[in-house]
Every structure is written in C-alpha cells, then in structure tokens.
Design a binder for this molecule. Sequence first.
Ligand SMILES: [Zn+2]
Length: 388
Amino acid sequence: MITPRLRGGHEVTQPVHVEGAEPGDGIAIRIRDITVTAIATASGHDTSPSGYCLGDPYVAARCPTCDEVWPETHLEGIGQNAVICNKCGNPVKPFEIVHGYTVVFDETRQVGVTVSKTAAEEIARNAHHYAALPDKSVQHPILVFAPADMPAVMVRMRPFLGQLGTMPSIAMPDSHNAGDFGAFLVGAPHAYGITAEQLAEHKTDGHMDIDAVRPGAILVAPVKVKGGGVYMGDMHAGQGDGEIAGHTMDVAGSVTLQVEVVKNYPIDGPVLFPLVEDLPPLAKPFTAEERARAERLAKSWGMETLEELAPISVIGTAANMNAAIENGLQRAAKLLGMSVPEVRNRATINGAIEIGRAPGVIQVTFLAPLSRLDAVGLGKFAREQYNL
Ligand SMILES: [Zn+2]
C-alpha cells in the first residue's frame, strides 16, 4: 500500500498455468499449508491524503510535488514520511495510518502482541529483517511507519490468504479483482478504467479477504483464460469477518496448494468448502444421530427418504453488501439449478450469510442437495471435506 510503483496495492505471485484448464472450467484448489515467515508486521485504519493519487490510491499513486504517477521511491529513515520520491526527493504517501499498531509474533507463530513506540521504532529501523519478505519482493515494508497507538494487546494468529484464485482476463490491479473494489475501476481516470460490463466479464473475484480461505479449505475458482493462472498473495495473520479497519495484519509466508481442473464450471465466481469449524452452526453436516432421528420422523409422516445434504459456501461480490448478497444468491441458484427464493429458504434454515470483507464480499453458506453438487462435478469435494 505504501509502495507507489505497485499498480494495485499488494504484491501477488506470478500466475501458474494449470494444464487442461479452459475458459468456462473451474480449478479446485486444496490449501495444504500456510506458514507465516514474518516476525512482525504493522497495520492500522487508514486515510488517503488528497493529492497523492490519480483517482485511486490503490491503483495510481502520484507524487504531488513533481506530478509523477507510479513514482519510483526509496526509504529515508522511519515514520509516515519515510517513502521518498526518487525524482524530486519529497515524501509520497497515498495512505496514512490514523490509528495503528506494530505486532510481533512468537516463535511458534501462534500468538502475537502489539508493541510500544520504542519497540516499534527499533523494528522499523530493521524492517526488512522483521518483515521477512520474499527475495523478489519490491515493496517497502509497512513496519517502517512504526505505528504504536495500541500497545500490549494480545492477538491470535489464524493465517489465511486474502487473495487466492485465477487471473482475470484483462490486466487488472490485483486489489480490484472483486466486485466491491472493482467498482472503483468503472469510469476511473487512470489507465485501468473500465466499464461495468467489462468488470463483470473479466474479474474472477480472486481478492476476497475471506478468513475461511485457510489451510484445509478447498476453493473452486472460475477459469477465464487458458491455463487458469492460479495466483495468490495478501497473506493475513488473522482477521475478523469484515476486515473493518480496512487493513489487517499483512504478513509474508509460504503456501502449499494442490490443484485440479473441474470441467464445465457453471458460474463466474468462487465456491468454498470451508473447514467444518468455520461453518455457521446451521450449515454443519448432520450427525448420524440427527440423521436417525430425522429419518424416523420422516417415516412417521410417510416419507421413505430424505435428501442427502452437503455444506457449500458460494461467494458473492458487488459494490455494497446488499448487492453482494444478491450476487451470491444468484450464483448459488445458477450453480445448483434452483430458484433464488429456494436458495433464500435453504440459506435461512440450513445456513447463513457471512461477511468476507466490507464493503462487498459475502458468503452464502448452506446445506445443499448433494445430488445437485454431483451434477456440476463438485460432490466429490464435499464428500472429501466433510466425510460424507
Ligand atoms: Zn516527486
């Protein structure tokens, strides 16, 4: 976010070609491992000072002094004015932290604590060491800002990927590959401005910030280019639903994934099979005991069989929460061959709407008929994930 040459905010990996993946397919991604390597990170709630961007601080950072867009910069010292324009020598800060923290993690990467100003400044002076960024990373570590407005707070580490999926079918700033942030591209004054139709056609919703995208989960992403182009980034040490501060604890780390092509995937957005513990209470698979009780009840009312059900979480994204819910409901209806009112009923009595990120990433999570999942090639992932 504080590296003006980056055209999208984050650094993400180069896309990986998946043999056999064609537009219209899906790619199932099993998240085998996420290991955080960062020793410390900093974050906070931000503001975007005026003059430091061309329309959008995530996409087109600008030096207000020499007017260079995407200026090359270097670090001088520490603090919020440490990022300096190479051309004119003045600070460039598309983002400023209004309330922030520096957090250090324990050796086992299970807990962290926020530190004092003195400690934050010591860490800031050796930021590259504590950030442990990948060798080819070009970003300025956020640790140099040394925020410390909230010391001595304990945190849990619960790492996940803020970005995981397939590449869009046009060049698009990584942070805007979703319906909410993507809406800022519509009619934008910079080089990445597009129409609403182009956004819908080309985005893949890879930037979801859904905290259930963590080790053990299976994500199915839509394919919009030959080979899919699986990429990832924006690893978070942890985050509550909503990422309501606008930013969370971004960390460096390593990831192990296993991929598999799903032919003829019917929708244009991702589907998640979360860990059982991440499912809303009503969307958890029924136990054998519950099933036996329900079957006895059904029989007494003249029904010989009950539907086989499996959890699924369909992602919806749009400019705001209401529109994102509508998008998720429509995708679920299309995927499973049922009406939107039926999805509404099932998500009400056997599931929930969950928030990924404000302002507009949601999950429609519910128990769906396993036969419908089988019909679109997703039943096997539900069986594997939930021991059905
Ligand atoms: Zn400048």
